[in-house]
Ligand binder design. Structure first.
Ligand code: ADP
Ligand code: MG
Ligand code: ZN
Length: 491
């Protein structure tokens, strides 16, 4: 196999003359109180096999009852993705595998509750079609002990935890519209923001509430026909997603260029080795023997209910970006727009909008949010809009230098304290302008040659003087004041 010789870094660009085609299937756990067909709690991280009942274990004689809240959240997802929401039916997807105690999974097959939507990518400004977003139940979880990287192959024995069996999922299936690993990453990022904004899911990839299967094929640039695809299962971070797609597309190109052909397969991503490997081929694919679930009636949400659900959807990312964009004049691309996309993607936009409403400078607020706050996002709950606004104001009034403001913000995130208190405890009191002027005079006196050159028009030496004053003041002097003092002393 050519497998090991192919670099897996391939995120940026792609092999010349080739194009990759990607379609994603994203499984998202819904944020309901209970499971899809029973009263067991929808929770994560409990002792194995403690959150189960006859229904989710599929014991004989038990009957499913559809969870209304799950249907509502599924409809929220459909509406947020501009899908048509309509009558749907449940099917049984039959397979014999120990993680599914019933030996079938209840899913939607012919007619999904949400169909034909779109998702707009904010950075590449591309529209991705959504084929469907259907409801299904999650399976239990197998743990393979001993052997290779948790895989069943070579394991000593396997354990199974049914806590996850019956957790409500929506599977969102994109059309094969994505053309790079970067676009796939952007799609998942935006989709996750939409799911979180509509409060349908917590979108936590690291806890498995968002799991992605990537279908990848390649074709020669300019070709209209799709190549044979492989499906990489269960990618549970953005990093895995982009690496796996980059690797897989290169593997396929290498195969074709070597005169071989791509075999349609389900493949497994090995994070440590950075490669995909075959799980099963199409010939070994399960025959799921789908048939309509006899224990559940079709779902027929009324138009009234659908309209009401629409009013429960929060502000979606696109609207959130517009709200931020409106704080600036004319940003539809460029670094500020990128920061806007980042802020919304990380859920920092309320902070910035709130600060602006409190009279803080929006550009500075956006910058501090997408840099300092973003790098310590776990502590975001400690930072109130008021405290953040105060910090931004101290900085724009030059009561804190940029360096000081960053340090203060870092401490505020750690402790939840307010800006003025932290600044004081760090000794970051604003330097009086007469003190700054003294320092400027000192530096001018000790660097006569540089001063001469600056005075005769070598403007780039301003940086040298500002740096010297900063050093003397231990970062407390305000750069803007220093610069204006230098200019006034020169003339
Ligand atoms: P299946 O029913 O076997 O899962 P689908 O037609 O539903 O197949 O497609 C599943 C996913 O595969 C979709 O996200 C779709 O966009 C994607 N897909 C289909 N054909 C290709 C292809 N040639 N290359 C890449 N992705 C593809
Ligand atoms: Mg599929
Ligand atoms: Zn149950």
């Amino acid at each position: 196999m050519a497998d090991n010789s192919i670099p897996s870094d391939g995120v940026e660009g792609f092999l010349p003359g080739w194009e990759m085609v990607v379609g994603l299937e994203v499984h998202c756990e819904l944020k309901t109180k209970t499971k899809l067909f029973c009263g067991c709690a929808n929770s994560f991280g409990q002792e194995p096999n403690t959150n189960i009942c006859p229904v989710c274990l599929g014991l004989p004689g038990s009957l499913p009852v559809i969870n209304e809240q799950a249907v509502e959240l599924a409809i929220r997802i459909g509406l947020s993705l501009n899908c048509t929401v309509d009558k749907s039916i449940f099917h049984r997807k039959n397979y014999f595998y120990p993680d599914m105690p019933k030996d079938y999974q209840v899913s939607q097959y012919e007619k999904a509750i949400n169909e034909n939507g779109i998702l707009e990518l904010p950075l590449s400004k591309k529209t991705v079609r959504i084929e469907r977003a259907h409801i299904e139940e999650d399976t239990g979880k197998s743990v393979h002990v001993g052997g290779d990287g948790g895989r069943i192959h070579g394991a000593d024995h396997s354990l199974v935890d049914y806590n996850r069996a019956g957790i409500p999922l929506v599977e969102i299936v994109s059309a094969p519209d994505l053309r790079s690993a970067e676009e796939a990453r952007e799609y998942v990022t935006e989709l996750r923001s939409i799911l979180v904004a509509s409060a349908a899911s917590d979108g936590k990839m690291e806890e498995g509430s968002l799991r992605v299967d990537a279908n990848v094929s390649v074709r020669r640039q300019g070709s209209e026909e799709f190549g044979t695809r492989c499906e990489i299962k269960n990618l549970n971070s953005l990093r895995s997603l982009t690496r796996a797609i980059g690797y897989e597309a290169r593997r396929q190109v290498a195969l074709i260029e070597a005169g071989e052909r791509v075999v349609q397969q389900t493949r497994h991503w090995n994070e440590d080795q950075g490669i995909t490997s075959a799980m099963r081929s199409k010939e070994e694919a399960y025959d799921y023997r789908y048939f309509p679930e006899p224990d559940l009636v079709p779902l027929e949400p009324s138009t009234e209910w659908i309209s009401e659900i629409r009013t429960h959807i929060g502000l979606l990312p696109a609207a959130r970006r517009e709200r931020l964009t409106a704080l600036f004049s004319d940003v539809s691309s460029g670094p500020v727009y990128d920061q806007i996309v980042t802020a919304v993607g990380l859920g920092l936009d309320d902070l910035v909008v709130g600060a602006a409403e409190n009279g803080a400078d929006p550009r500075l607020a956006l910058a501090r949010a997408t840099n300092e706050v973003a790098s310590d996002i776990g502590n975001l709950p400690r930072l109130t809009i008021e405290k953040f606004s105060d910090l931004i104001k101290l900085e724009s009034q030059s009561k804190l230098s940029a360096t000081q403001a960053k340090t203060v913000l870092g401490k505020m995130l750690e402790s939840g304290a307010d800006a003025a208190g932290v600044a004081k405890s760090l000794g970051f009191e604003a330097l009086d302008s007469t003190v700054i002027e003294d320092l400027v005079d000192q530096v001018i006196g000790s660097s006569p040659k540089e001063w001469e050159r600056f005075s005769s028009g070598e403007d780039q030496l301003a940086g040298f003087f500002v740096g010297q004053v900063m050093k003397l003041s231990k970062g407390k002097a305000d750069g803007k004041i220093v610069t204006s003092l230098l200019r006034s002393k020169r003339s």
